[in-house]
Ligand binder design. Structure first.
Ligand code: BGC
Length: 794
């Protein structure tokens, strides 16, 4: 399939003509089709006529080699022949890879368009100087995996999503951009917006969890934070939204595995965050490693041409994931490097990250007339467009003083982010009083566990390149805090994260016996999630569970802090440990944030972005499931089946629901929801079934702080749609807001529902509203009960 070579301006005219031509013929179909078949450019800056003129002028001067240079990407090591077993296959497919690529030599010749993970202003400057002295002075675009902070690290994205605080995410993203641009990085391989409904998938840690609506909100926030309103500002970076698409649905949660799904599921569940990011103006995307319905995403014209470019109007460029073009040979859809190159480029991957295929194969493909010059030009055009929009030609070098360590002035923000990311899963009373926050009577704390003083681990996946010495650990913060209170900390490592040694158990038990309260810092290492971090077991690794059980048996009040990049199975803990808090990987200010929350200076307010299962066998587990013909109804699924509780959709050995469901999270006060109402009981279809329709129904509810402390609640709106032509989830999140209330205070929360919230995809992949019955719930989790209803009438 050929790629379109139309410029945005030409396209606007073509679209208009196309729309008019269709109007008569498909009048009926158009009426039923709410989704426009084409879209306006998604980023006005990239569609600028001025930029287009500059791109045209430059393109005319470029040699083929210079053009191809814009389409390849290497790191500062360049490229050496692969040595692994897979590498042998790559060699077979591309014998040219036996030649090492020298990135600096390419830069000097103006044949290196972009580079990845070149860290440090000196390094980026050296490569940039080389490029700027080349014939056409085209600057290199430096990209890096700045996923949750550059030097000042905030929580892993899954933790950040638990804050449900999009303004915070935007501020943090901007903060990261201000740091990284001082080192010459102008492009982040972030946000990762893959929906993950399977906790086995390690990359769950990099995204916003299981829900499309929350995921889309987070995606927008990241893009706005990175790119600002003007890509050319010195502290703006281009986002690279990844991994396009549906990578999070990897079968069985196994990394790099295939995905296969209906178009409805793709569009309704997996695509919304990518689309939101594109509509927010994302300048670039990264194609994913997985195949989708049999077609590898890196050679998938349906995803990159039909949907991304034609439907969403994307004007930026797509970069492949690391060696993903080469991996098309492993997928078996290309027997040689040339075919892989042709398929990826024609499908819409403009930049080849590290495969060394585009530079070796494009000349051959052109010479053999298997690829058109127009396709190459269009790819180069898209890359140059982003470079011009970024102002790289005017300001190719890093600006300002280079940030090489956590920035003191940024600590308050990342500390708040960590505090907001913690999710208090359980907080039972011991001796008539909830264990958290720790009260004045607590004079000694036994701090036990391998994550209590693990600076490096606090940075999470993709945080490892940053400075562990800048991190405040829990042990450091707690010791300072207890000293100030005239108390003490009894610290014991207890056990390693992995391994089976029990050598540290006695010391830990001894500490627990002597203390008023035990704080256990258990969980995963940061390397157990992130890329290539899939797990088939979701329990506490090593012998941490054993340690937990022994400590709990002593009978002291226990607070379990769970560090992880994903939901874990905490079934035993939920039955035996009074206080449990999911704290993810909190970043540079980990210890201070934890101490603030443990002692109640700050109340936890996070809500789960992903369901915590009771057992691994429930995965993939998510709240917005489709109904079944045999719903379990009110049956008690904690009991073995019998009589009429057997032939329903259930497991015989574990309940269906999550141990801790999506949206769940406690604070130090309590909230009540009442008076849920809708602004209208009926809504005519003609009014609702229009893509631009907003604020069709207003849902209000009264939220009251019924406890004794001030607190922040994330009020959530869920919706169910019954009677549609296609079955709809049992409920779906369609609104949320963070509300802070004093004790006894009430506030009305309002949610507006429009076409985006009421619509769904029908069997023809059209986004539509049909005359159906809607139920709305407003509450503090996906198990909200206060409800109201309305109908869309024919
Ligand atoms: C990962 C991407 C990352 C890229 C560059 C790949 O292995 O999948 O998420 O951006 O490497 O480091």
């Amino acid at each position: 399939m050929k790629r379109p070579t139309i410029s945005p301006l030409h396209r606007a005219v073509t679209l208009l003509a196309g729309t008019l031509a269709c109007a008569g013929v498909h009048a009926r179909e158009q009426a039923a089709t709410a989704m426009p078949q084409t879209a306006a450019p998604s980023n006005a800056q990239l569609a600028s006529p001025d930029i287009e003129r500059r791109v045209d002028a430059l393109l005319r001067q470029m040699t083929l080699e210079e053009k191809i240079g814009q389409l390849v990407q290497y790191n500062d090591q360049g490229f050496s022949a692969p040595t692994t077993a897979n590498g042998d296959q790559a060699l077979a497919a591309n014998p040219e890879t036996q030649t090492r690529v020298d990135a600096m030599a390419l830069a000097k010749q103006g044949r290196l368009g972009s580079m990845l993970n070149v860290i440090g202003a000196d390094k980026t400057r050296a490569f940039q100087e080389a490029a700027m002295h080349s014939r056409l002075h085209i600057p290199i675009l430096f990209g890096a995996d700045v996923i949750h902070g550059y030097r000042t690290i905030y929580p892993v994205p899954l933790g950040l999503a638990a804050s449900w605080d999009t303004a915070l995410v935007q501020d943090l993203s901007h903060m990261a951009a201000t740091e990284a641009t001082t080192a010459g990085v102008k492009w982040f391989y972030s946000p990762m917006v893959d929906i993950s409904r399977d906790a086995r998938w390690g990359r769950s840690t990099e995204g916003a969890g299981e829900d499309a609506y929350l995921g889309a909100a987070m995606a927008r926030a990241y893009v706005r934070g990175y790119q600002g309103t003007d890509l050319s500002r010195p502290d703006s970076v281009a986002a690279s939204v990844k991994h396009f698409a549906a990578y999070g649905a990897a079968e069985a949660g196994r990394e790099y595995n295939t995905t296969d799904m209906s178009d409805i599921r793709l569009r309704q569940v997996y695509l919304p965050p990518y689309r939101a990011a594109v509509e927010a103006g994302a300048a670039t995307l990264m194609s994913s490693f997985n195949a989708l319905n049999g077609v590898p995403a890196t050679a998938n014209p349906y995803l990159m041409d039909e949907i991304l470019r034609k439907e969403w109007g994307f004007d930026g460029f797509v970069v492949s994931d690391y060696t993903a073009v080469m991996e098309l040979t492993h997928h078996g859809i290309a027997l040689d490097a040339a075919t892989a190159t042709k398929k990826a480029l024609e499908a819409g991957v403009e930049v080849d990250m590290m495969s060394h295929f585009y530079d070796t194969q494009i000349p051959k493909l052109l010479a053999e007339h298997r690829l058109s010059t127009a396709t190459v030009d269009e790819a180069v055009r898209r890359v140059l467009r982003v470079k011009f929009a970024l102002g790289l030609f005017e300001h190719p070098y890093a600006q300002g003083t280079e940030v090489t360590h956590a920035v003191p002035g940024h600590r308050a923000l990342v500390r708040r982010a960590a505090e907001e990311s913690f999710v208090l899963l359980r907080n039972a009373a011991v001796g008539g009083k909830a264990v958290l926050p720790l009260g004045d009577g607590v004079k000694s704390v036994a701090l036990i566990g391998p994550l209590a003083d693990a600076a490096n681990e606090m940075q999470g996946a993709w945080g490892g390149g940053n400075q562990a010495p800048d991190v405040v650990t829990l042990q450091q913060a707690l010791e300072r805090r207890m000293r100030e209170r005239g108390g003490r900390v009894l610290f014991a490592h207890g056990t390693d994260i992995e391994g089976d040694s029990t050598a540290g158990f006695d010391e830990a038990l001894q500490a627990a016996r002597q203390a008023d309260v035990v704080v256990l810092a258990l969980g995963e290492s940061s390397a157990m999630s992130g890329e290539a971090g899939s797990r088939a077991h979701l329990d506490l690794p090593g012998n941490q569970q054993q340690l937990l059980e022994k400590v709990a048996a002593i009978g002291k009040p226990v607070v379990l802090l769970v560090f992880s990049g994903r939901p874990l199975v905490l079934d035993w803990a939920a039955r035996h440990v009074p206080a449990i808090m999911a704290v993810w990987f909190p970043g540079t200010e980990a210890g201070n944030a934890l101490a603030n929350v443990l002692f109640g200076d700050v109340a936890p307010s996070g809500k789960l972005p992903m369901s915590f299962p009771r057992a691994v066998g429930q995965e993939p587990l998510y709240y917005n499931q489709f109904p079944t013909g045999r719903p379990a109804g009110d049956a008690d699924l904690s009991r073995p089946p019998g009589g009429d509780t057997r032939f329903v959709s259930r497991y015989i050995d574990v309940p269906n629901d999550a141990l801790f469901p999506f949206g769940h999270g406690l604070g130090y006060t309590s909230f009540a929801y009442s008076s849920v109402s809708v602004s209208r009981r009926t809504l005519p279809l003609a009014q609702a079934n229009r893509p631009d329709a907003r604020s069709l129904v207003t849902v209000t509810a009264t939220l009251t702080n019924t406890g004794k402390r001030a607190g922040t609640e994330v009020a959530q709106l869920y919706l169910r749609n019954l009677g549609a032509s296609v079955e709809q989830p049992v409920r779906s999140l369609k609104g949320f807001q963070r509300v802070t209330l004093k004790p006894g205070e009430s506030r009305q929360v309002r949610f507006e529902l429009g076409f985006p919230e009421l619509s769904f995809y029908d069997v023809h992949s059209r986004q539509v509203v049909e005359p159906t019955h809607y139920t709305v719930w407003v509450g503090g989790s996906s198990q909200a009960t206060a409800q109201a209803a309305f109908d869309v009438t024919p």
